[in-house]
Design a protein around this ligand. Structure first.
Ligand code: ABU
Length: 878
């Protein structure tokens, strides 16, 4: 009995034992398998799997050793390397999902380019994804990535930190260079939005796919100072190599880049990265002083975390598992995130197991078509919150983490923490209360080069030389005015229409004043303030234009009248010629008579002063109309023209001088200038034509018209050259001023010389010839005498013409008389011969004499003919 009882007890005990110990070992501990994707190798992107995979393994061990977590379960992971290549990532995802065992959740992938592809597809398998190393802000889109969570903060979290840095250093203009990946594009878009809100100008935004050379050159061209760079680690080396080559670094430039590269990321072996044509030293030089911003991904409170370890302990433990130095391990910085990601999954599973138990379901029974379990896992993950080695872990509704941003600066090739940006209060908390930043030039660079205006003013020597010459010209013009006035009673002056010459002199004075106005610039800014520049512009235009019209217009009016009168005289002379031809003049004498009549006619033409004034007044009215319309519609004002800046050579500071030229301009001034040039151009060309047409015409009442014509040639040619040349050299203020001033003065001096010097010489000559001024006056014929003389000249011409005609007629009649005389001699001879023959016949036969009775009438016929001939001269009145 005892034996039977002993046996039954043994069986019972065995059963108990097997239930308590053997069954859990064999079938009670169930595997919960994760699919793990890590970027470990690969040529570009982020190889954070090197540091993150060991951290995840460590976390799995710690989770499985944790007594209160996942009882009866063993968390395990099947993983593969994505090489940070989206294509590769998808391939390994299929491998992981379609190979046993069933995966409950996806850990990773670890780089944004792969994550965006996989996290979007994961919902097809009802897989919840927990990423430890994806910073792309695009991943915060819940509609696109419905089952996605990450322990890595979004890159957008760093942007407010950048804004605070810009504000702190007073940078209002920034430049951006980015790698053309969605992760950086979406982050830059957010940064631009924030910049706009904070009135910070994004001057340039450069992007590149593989080679950043052109983008860096563009930054250099746009004189970038504050440059935000968003790119992966390998392109970062290329960017800074280009920055080194383009001298885009140093005391004038500051770079702000991502802070999650390995600490010595620039010290790469040239054999491993042959694309980088710069040495470590060169990269270090280019990187000195740059700032980085990265989300704070370690628990800085030095508290014990869910795993029972401090962050320090975690890193110590991790370090013992790494094969490379931490500073050389990609993903070492993000390792706490991978560690916490595993813990977050474990907590979510723990919660899910309990939740599923309520529905009689088991987590390990999850399949890719099990939407219910997937939703339970999703909800559990969403509500997960714990103290991790990377800080407090919790997820927003978008699945993002909230974190502070750490700001570092490279000093002597090492990163130094400057402070932390707290997003809750939007403030940077500087380490030890103040930013311990260090700058190459001793102070932070400015967002742009300091630009000082440097006014382009006319050379003082040139200005004063021209002013002196113009002043001399004005004095000369005044002397000519005085000369005209003092000799106004002389016929020589009277016949030159002194008043119109005075008008010309007044115009010349105005033109010479405009020379002085043209030279007034910023050098006289106490005299001409910006507000008064409007008046200066108006004064320049009005004085030069009216001065030109008065001077050139006066000459033009003279030449116009000469032409008018000569045309009239020509018509008159033709009429005269026709009239005399009608009275019986011979054709071959008409031209001779006509020329003589024209010259006499033109000489005697009278010119009234009002006929000259009317032309000048008409031209002035057109001028005033154009100028008034211009001033009324598009008034001219100060329009500073800025030349390309020039580097300051007199200082070491980042200063540029910005040459500025004061100019008068108005809206649509090209149209107005076009109108004026066209009108003045026609006026000039017409004057030239008139001067040429009347080059040999002399009118007593405009005795200086030929000199006026010469003066017009000179003015027209100079104006035609000066106007376009001054437009071409309008930016070369000295050359333009010299050219325009000399042209105006040359025209003025030459016109005064041509019109007044002959008069002065003539009067001086007459004075020296006749010391007695009375005699001198007498020697000059009076106006009435002159008219009488001209009249006599005309009559004389007429008489000469008549004499000529008569002489011709006499000549012709004499010829006829001669002919008649020879005819009569011949007839007489014939008559005598016939008479002799008759006598001979009558002496020989009376009968013969009767038959030739017809010959008896011959003497009568000869006589008759003689009578008619003798009547001819009398009938013509010879
Ligand atoms: N901290 C690494 C982020 C890498 C990525 O977002 O692709």
């Amino acid at each position: 009995m005892f034996q039977r009882r002993y046996i039954s007890f043994s069986v019972y005990a065995l059963c108990i034992l097997s239930t308590c110990y053997l069954i859990p070992i064999c079938s009670c501990v169930k595997d919960l398998v994760l699919a793990g994707i890590f970027p470990i190798t690969g040529k570009g992107g982020w190889a954070g799997g090197v540091g993150c995979y060991p951290a995840a393994q460590l976390a799995l061990e710690h989770v499985n050793n944790h007594s209160g977590l996942l009882p009866g379960y063993h968390l395990t992971m099947h993983y593969n390397d994505s090489e940070c290549e989206p294509g590769k990532g998808i391939t390994i995802l299929y491998d992981l999902l379609y190979n046993e065992p069933q995966k409950i959740m996806l850990l990773g992938p670890g780089c944004s380019t792969v994550t965006t592809t996989i996290a979007e597809a994961a919902k097809m398998w009802n897989l919840v994804v927990m990423s430890y190393g994806s910073s792309s802000p695009a991943l915060s889109d819940r509609r696109r990535f419905t089952t996605f969570f990450r322990t890595h903060p979004s890159a957008n979290l760093n942007n407010p930190a950048y804004i605070q840095l810009f504000k702190h250093y007073g940078w209002q203009k920034i430049n951006i260079i980015q790698e053309a990946e969605e992760v950086f594009v979406s982050s830059v878009e957010n940064l631009e939005r924030l910049c706009k809100q904070n009135k910070i100008e994004v001057v340039t935004r450069q992007s590149f796919l593989k080679d950043p050379a052109e983008a860096v050159r563009n930054l250099n061209r746009s004189d970038a100072r504050i440059i935000v760079g968003l790119f992966y680690e390998k392109p970062a080396r290329l960017v800074f190599c280009e920055a080194y080559k383009n001298n885009l670094y140093g005391k004038r430039v500051v770079w702000l880049i991502i802070g999650w590269y390995a600490d010595n990321w620039y010290e790469v072996d040239p054999d491993k990265d042959p694309d980088v044509n710069c040495t470590k030293e060169e990269l270090k030089e280019a990187l000195e002083g740059h700032l980085t911003a990265e989300s704070l991904i370690r628990n800085s409170n030095n508290v014990s975390t869910l795993s029972g370890r401090t962050t320090e302990q975690f890193f110590n433990e991790l370090g013992s598992r790494l094969t490379t130095k931490p500073t050389e391990t990609p993903g070492y910085v993000e390792a706490p995130l991978a560690y916490d990601a595993v813990w977050a999954i474990a907590l979510a599973f723990n919660r899910s197991i309990q939740e599923l138990a309520k529905y009689g379901k088991l987590l390990e029974d999850f399949t890719y078509s099990d939407e219910f379990t997937s939703q339970v896992i999703y909800n559990a993950t969403q509500n997960t919150e714990f103290e991790g080695v990377s800080g407090r872990v919790s997820f927003t509704s978008e699945g993002d983490r909230i974190a502070q941003t750490q700001i570092e600066q490279m000093q002597d090739g090492h990163y130094k923490i400057l402070g932390y940006y707290d997003p809750d209060i939007d403030v940077i908390n500087w380490e030890n209360g103040r930013p311990r930043d260090r700058w190459i030039g001793g102070k932070p660079p400015r967002h742009e080069t300091l630009k000082y205006p440097q006014f382009r003013i006319v050379e003082r020597f040139l200005f004063w030389s021209m002013v002196t010459l113009a002043g001399f010209g004005i004095v000369l013009a005044i002397c000519c005015l005085i000369f005209n006035f003092t000799h106004r009673m002389r016929r020589l002056i009277q016949l030159s229409h002194p008043n119109i010459n005075n008008l010309m002199l007044f115009g010349i004075v105005l033109c010479l004043i405009s020379v002085i106005l043209l030279g007034l610039d910023k050098a006289f800014d106490t005299l001409i303030t910006n507000e008064r520049f409007y008046m200066l512009c108006q004064a320049r235009a009005w004085i030069l234009m009216t001065g030109f019209t008065l001077s050139y217009g006066s000459m033009f009016s003279k030449i116009w009248n000469v032409h008018r009168l000569s045309t009239y005289a020509k018509k008159e002379s033709k009429r005269e010629a026709r009239r005399s031809a009608g009275r019986g003049s011979f054709r071959n004498n008409t031209s001779f008579a006509e020329i003589r009549t024209f010259s006499s006619l033109v000489q005697t033409q009278k010119v009234e002063s009002w006929q000259l004034y009317i032309v000048v007044i008409a031209l002035l009215v057109v001028d005033i109309l154009i100028l008034a319309l211009w001033a009324g519609i598009h008034p001219m004002d100060l329009a500073p023209y800025k030349f390309p800046p020039e580097k300051a050579t007199d200082t070491d500071e980042d200063i540029e001088y910005e040459p500025v030229l004061w100019q008068c301009a108005s809206p649509h001034d090209t149209i107005w200038m076009g109108v004026i040039f066209a009108y003045k151009g026609l006026f000039l060309i017409f004057g030239l034509f008139l001067a040429y047409e009347t080059r040999s015409v002399k009118i007593k009442e405009l005795n200086d018209s030929r000199f006026v014509g010469m003066s017009i040639y000179n003015v027209v040619i100079l104006c035609i050259i000066t106007a376009p040349v001054s437009l071409i050299i309008s930016r070369q203020h000295n050359a333009k001023f010299a050219f325009v001033a000399l042209s105006i003065m040359f025209c003025s001096f030459l016109s005064m010389g041509l019109i007044f010097v002959p008069k002065i010489i003539e009067i001086y000559r007459r004075k020296t010839e006749h010391s007695d001024s009375k005699k001198l006056e007498d020697s000059i014929p009076s106006r009435e005498e002159e008219e009488k003389y001209q009249k006599l000249l005309g009559e004389n011409e007429e008489l000469k013409k008549q004499i000529q005609e008569k002489e011709e007629k006499i000549k012709m009649l004499q010829g006829r008389i001669k002919d008649r005389a020879s005819e009569r001699a011949r007839l007489t001879l014939e008559y005598q011969k016939s008479k002799e023959a008759e006598q001979n016949v009558s002496s020989s036969s009376p009968k013969q004499a009767e038959t030739s009775g017809e010959n008896m009438v011959v003497p009568d016929r000869v006589e008759q003919k003689r009578h008619s001939d003798s009547a001819l001269p009398s009938s013509t009145g010879a």
